[in-house]
Write a protein that binds this ligand. Structure first.
Ligand code: AMP
Length: 326
């Protein structure tokens, strides 16, 4: 189970941190993937663009290879039971631990005039989203590691107090490490809302991709053979590893180690490989986004599957808590 907030176009971080895993998991597991529209209200209270953004995320999920016949692809707000589970979990979450959450502290810094209770309890709602399907694997990027640790704490408290209802959810990635896709300017990660010029979106046209990649921070090259790469150069290699062939990566690694690397050439190659990767997803997503009837059908079908699973879990939860006295 996993979700993505409809707060803008999806980017390479969303793809390699989350979506790529979704697409592989659908072949092996029973999967629930949602557009986290309720979570977006904690930071984007203006809902004028919400429907458009929900459609974008759904389209980009499908264009990236998610098959709505194989998974439950749905909208968070269509599963009303989640709100009930969120309420019960709130009694098991402590103010102190919520206030210490890194994402809460970041968001409060970013929006000091709107440090709402929804932001504070974001990890609680996220836990409810996951365990409403009694899910155990949660494909997410590295930025979600702390939230998953909190989810395990809430689950363990629930199970300890009321009996074993939920499996412990784990952050999941094919390959051992969770992924953090860095931004092109050498600082921070790709993100929907910050660093837009240093983030490659799945909706960027070819020229924009080239422009952004060519602006990535480099220097005049290493002076000593086999020296250590500075962080911003390491990032360019990391991005190359996501989309380029092994031969290409090997060539530039060797050039770096021999001090003959030309970063202009490396960025041109990276830009072309990015264009090759992004263009088919962008074109497919555009076509799907224009088909509102299809998107409505997908959401209804997804909600039906997700509601079935959520209702079954809530029967167990009410029973376990002892809310079954009539
Ligand atoms: P969000 O865009 O915050 O709703 O995140 C949706 C998913 O994308 C989550 O699983 C995040 O961990 C993942 N994600 C977002 N940005 C990145 C990034 N730069 N690198 C890796 N994963 C990311």
């Amino acid at each position: 189970m996993s979700g993505i907030r409809p707060t803008g176009f999806l980017h390479l971080g969303n793809y390699f941190g989350a979506l790529r895993n979704y697409v592989r998991m659908q072949e092996e597991y029973e999967c629930f993937f949602m557009v986290a529209d309720l979570h977006s209200l904690t930071t984007h209270p203006d809902t004028k663009e919400l429907k458009l953004n929900v459609h974008r995320v759904l389209s980009e999920n499908i264009a990236s290879g998610l098959d709505p016949d194989k998974v439950a692809l749905y909208c968070q707000s269509h599963i009303h039971e989640t709100a009930e589970l969120y309420l019960y979990l709130n009694m098991l979450a402590y103010k102190g631990e919520l206030e210490k959450t890194a994402t809460f502290k970041d968001k409060v810094r970013q929006q000091p005039d709107n440090s709402n209770a929804g932001l504070l309890t974001y990890p609680v709602l996220q836990t409810a989203d996951i365990i409403i399907h009694r899910a155990s694997l949660v494909p997410v990027g590295k930025d979600q590691e702390q939230h998953l640790e909190m989810a395990r704490n809430f689950v363990n408290r629930f199970n300890h107090r009321y009996g074993d209802v939920f499996p412990e959810p784990q952050a999941f990635n094919y390959g051992s490490e969770l992924v953090k896709v860095p931004s092109l300017d050498g600082s921070g990660k790709m993100s929907k809302s910050e660093n837009q010029n240093a983030t490659l979106f799945l909706s960027d046209d070819d020229e924009l991709v080239r422009k952004k990649v060519m602006k990535a921070k480099t220097d005049s090259g290493p002076l000593e053979k086999n020296s250590q790469k500075p962080g911003y150069i390491e990032n360019i290699f990391l991005l190359m590893k996501l989309v380029s062939s092994d031969d290409t990566i090997k060539k530039f690694e060797e050039d770096f180690n021999n001090c003959t690397i030309r970063y202009g050439d490396m960025k041109k190659q990276l830009a072309e490989d990015m264009v090759k990767f992004i263009t088919p997803i962008r074109q497919k997503a555009e076509a799907i986004r224009n088909d509102e009837k299809y998107l409505k059908f997908i959401m209804e079908k997804g909600a039906e599957k997700a509601n079935k699973s959520a209702k079954a879990t809530m029967e167990l939860v009410r029973q376990a808590i002892g809310l079954n006295y009539y």
